[in-house]
Design a protein around this ligand. Structure first.
Ligand SMILES: [Zn+2]
Length: 342
């Protein structure tokens, strides 16, 4: 398994827009790749992708889930001056969108634009540029078209409810860092694809495992949609939170002990740590102060499943994210070890 291959799949995933609620393009890409590995693939009613890795032994099947939906926005209001006020989809911080290049998905195709504060020119507004708040109440979308009124915008076919997607700004640096707005969670989807490719080449593992690619995680509605009823253990593969006070970093996979939803299953965490240790995968354990995952969503659904969580350290999550090939590779190797667990 090579970091290069994971990064290549990641760049392909980042190149397609997949806002929560309209994530078909990234889900389709995963489904195509999984089918090309020879795995049977199905889709849930809401569009999640499920691939089955059939095991040889007994025991109950398990699931690994990563999400391909990303933060985005939706047009909330057309202002009298022809600019747009937005409503965020998922936890997209307005401050991080100052200057973001976007597309508005209209019925007649995409229209480009830029998200700006209401008072955007320093030559016109002077000190007020610095002083104004940058919340979703004050930020505006400037369309790249000649519109000066609400009527102009409506005439151009733009309507409240249209999706607004952000430029993913994906880059691989010479030193092996990967930057993009949406490493959460396409980094982990790419890591799961790498593990699936490897395990599909045989020999068959002991346990049956479903690989689940969720499309509603960012709003807390991802798993267990589409995961068969007899699965009693689900592991979310999702980014680890990096920052002051955190053990996670961009060079390790983190095995999560606890997030906002409470502790993950202790026995699952012990097994994941043992697998990482046995395979020499660089890992740390951590907790995340403001975080929930699709494993938490599965627990909230009332399904009786053990839950776990691991993933690569991602700096500046939900804003201008960055990780390193080291963490991507560690995550894919731990996923593979889990798939091949004795
Ligand atoms: Zn995530």
């Amino acid at each position: 398994m090579q970091a290069h291959d994971i990064v290549q799949d990641l760049m392909e995933l980042l190149a397609v827009h997949s806002p929560t609620g309209h994530a078909e393009a990234a889900a389709d890409l995963c489904a195509e790749k999984l089918a090309s590995f020879g795995l049977p693939v199905s889709r849930s009613a809401r569009g999640a992708v499920v691939a089955k890795i059939a095991g040889t032994g007994g025991g109950r099947p398990r699931a690994l889930t990563a999400h391909v939906d990303t933060l985005a926005a939706i047009v909330a209001e057309i202002m009298p001056d022809g600019r747009l006020r937005l409503s965020p989809v998922g936890g997209l911080p307005a401050l991080s969108c100052d200057g973001a290049y976007v597309e508005v998905w209209t019925t007649s195709g995409p229209v480009t634009g830029t998200i700006l504060p209401d008072l955007a020119s320093t030559h016109v507004f002077g000190p007020r540029y610095e002083e104004q708040k940058r919340s979703w109440h004050e930020m505006r979308l400037r369309l790249d078209m000649n519109v000066g009124s609400r009527a102009d915008v409506l005439a151009a076919g733009i309507s409240p409810g249209d999706f607004v997607v952000l430029d993913p700004r994906a880059q691989l640096t010479a030193g092996g860092f990967v930057k993009s707005r949406f490493l959460d969670d396409k980094a982990c989807a790419a890591a799961l694809l790498a593990a699936a490719r490897e395990v599909a080449q045989g020999p068959a593992p002991r346990h049956t495992t479903y690989l689940h690619f969720s499309v509603y995680e960012e709003v807390g509605q991802g798993a267990p949609a589409g995961i068969p009823d007899d699965v009693d253990e689900i592991i979310a593969v999702d980014m680890a939170a990096v920052g002051a006070g955190q053990a996670s970093d961009e060079h390790h996979v983190t095995i999560c002990a606890k997030d906002s939803g409470g502790p993950y299953d202790f026995s699952v965490r012990q097994r994941l740590c043992a697998l990482a240790q046995a395979e020499g995968v660089p890992f740390v354990q951590d907790i995340y102060p403001y975080y929930s995952s699709d494993a938490t969503a599965a627990a909230h659904s009332g399904r009786d499943m053990r839950i776990g969580l691991f993933g690569p350290g991602v700096d500046a999550s939900h804003t201008h994210e960055r990780t390193h090939e080291d963490a991507l590779l560690a995550t894919a190797r731990l996923a593979l070890a889990y798939l091949r667990e004795a």
